[in-house]
Ligand binder design. Structure first.
Ligand code: ATP
Ligand code: MG
Length: 414
């Protein structure tokens, strides 16, 4: 156990972190283009933040949380998602009294006690966005556009956007009654979880992953037919802004966002390939969340994109992320004097911002070149006894093989 990470977690190794940084860098840059600013919230929160008074009926909150008592007996939970913590910070720090909207993004680990599968882990990572303070469908569309830009920039093609509206508490009540009436004679066939959902939140049954439940809900009344005028107008406007933006979508009444705080817009970006964990991004509007956690009534909309899922789907599409570059220089030395000269030179070059590596394994001359090749050095600087005497050294371009002599005064050219 000592040398085994807990089930469902993995290390991001030095050889892999470049890919993560690439994706995160791209995401940060896209967020910048939309004026979204980064928020960093704690890894754990008070459990009530996720459970809330009303009691959430989603799998995440009911069965998947890493909750524990700290030494003073406070019940805390490792964050299973990023939206509630962002909303908590929005309230706690009085951000609602600043000029709105508030546009945020985050990159965070999330923790859910799930059954391990490909693309489903216990610690995973999300890149997410939130816009607080506006009901405008422009915000919904802009949020979708951020995710679409990210997937586009990576060259992903086998992915589609599915949208739906889950209405508001008023119109949802009517749908809920219709859904319950539809499911009443099918109740016995539902899985145990869905039997529990039947009274608490029957809409969640539409999202059940059990095959039998999926079969039973075929032909069930859809929320879109029950939207009130306000929700229906909002959905129409949302779709028309997506069209303005040139974003293609499919309306899918089966998109029921997991977390109970969702209202109106719900959307997912899903792989068009037949695959189990094909949802790379999920999001929607949550106009009641801020109020539910004790803040002033404030609408909001956002998404969470799974980084591991993104990598999985990139792999499926055969898209590779650009490799990390090798160092600018490897200094190859022969003799103690050369090591000392090289060490000083490395220091000067690093101060100028160059990346410089030197052997620290006592390799011979030939093996230092092998090392330079292995780490994909762009150039090597070769220093032997003569070079130290003449205060000049050779610089070899590892790609072209071209070699030039450079005097110590010319270091600025490097
Ligand atoms: P799913 O239906 O796949 O369980 P979800 O509805 O639980 O997803 P969200 O809560 O919307 O997922 O989280 C947003 C995104 O985070 C998902 O679309 C997915 O890409 C990713 N994600 C969620 N749970 C996991 C997990 N256990 N491991 C890896 N990625 C995950
Ligand atoms: Mg899930």
């Amino acid at each position: 156990m000592l040398t085994q990470a807990p089930k469902g977690t993995s290390d991001i190794l030095p050889g892999q972190s470049g890919k993560w940084q690439y994706l995160e860098g791209l995401f940060r840059d896209i967020c910048r283009r939309y004026g979204l600013k980064e928020i960093r919230t704690p890894i754990f929160e008070h459990t009530e933040l996720f459970v809330r008074g009303v009691g959430d009926t989603t799998d995440v909150v009911e069965k998947q949380m890493y909750s524990f008592d700290d030494l003073a007996g406070r019940n805390l939970t490792l964050k299973p998602e990023g939206t509630s913590p962002a909303a908590r910070a929005f309230v706690e720090n009085g951000i609602f009294s600043e000029m709105q909207p508030t546009k945020m993004y985050y990159i965070t680990p999330c923790f859910r006690y799930e059954k391990m599968q490909k693309g489903r882990y216990r610690q995973f990572h999300q890149m997410g966005t939130e816009i607080f303070g506006t009901e405008s469908p422009l915000a919904d569309a802009e949020i979708v556009s951020v995710a679409a830009d990210m997937l586009d920039a990576l060259g992903m093609k086998e992915i589609e956007l599915r949208i739906n509206s889950v209405g508001c508490p008023t119109c949802r009540a009517k749908h809920r009654d219709a859904l319950k009436a539809f499911l009443a004679d099918k109740y016995d066939g539902l899985c145990d979880t869905c039997k529990g959902r039947f009274n608490k939140n029957p809409m969640r049954i539409l999202d059940c992953k059990s095959k039998e439940c999926q079969r039973l809900v075929q032909g069930a009344p859809v929320m879109l037919d029950y939207l009130c005028d306000d929700c229906s107008d909002h959905f129409e406007k949302f779709k028309s802004v997506l069209t303005d933006m040139g974003i293609e979508y499919t309306v899918d009444p089966g998109i029921v966002r997991g977390l109970d705080y969702y209202t109106k817009t719900a959307f997912e970006f899903v792989s068009t390939k037949e695959m189990a964990q094909g949802t790379v991004c999920g999001g929607g509007r949550y106009d009641n969340l801020v109020e539910q956690i004790g803040g002033p009534a404030t609408p909001g909309v956002g998404f969470g994109m799974g980084i591991e899922r993104l990598m999985l789907l990139l792999g499926e599409e055969g898209i590779s992320i650009p490799e990390e570059e090798g160092p600018d220089y490897v200094i190859v030395t022969m003799g103690d004097e050369a090591v000392s000269y090289g060490t000083a030179l490395a220091g000067k070059l690093r101060k100028k911002g160059r990346s410089v590596l030197m052997d620290m394994m006592g390799r011979n001359f030939k093996n230092q070149f092998k090392y330079a090749n292995r780490v994909k050095a762009k150039k090597t600087i070769i220093i032997g006894g003569d070079e130290v005497k003449n205060n000049s050294f050779s610089v070899k371009n590892m790609e072209t093989g071209e070699q030039i002599s450079v005097s110590a005064e010319e270091i600025d050219k490097l």
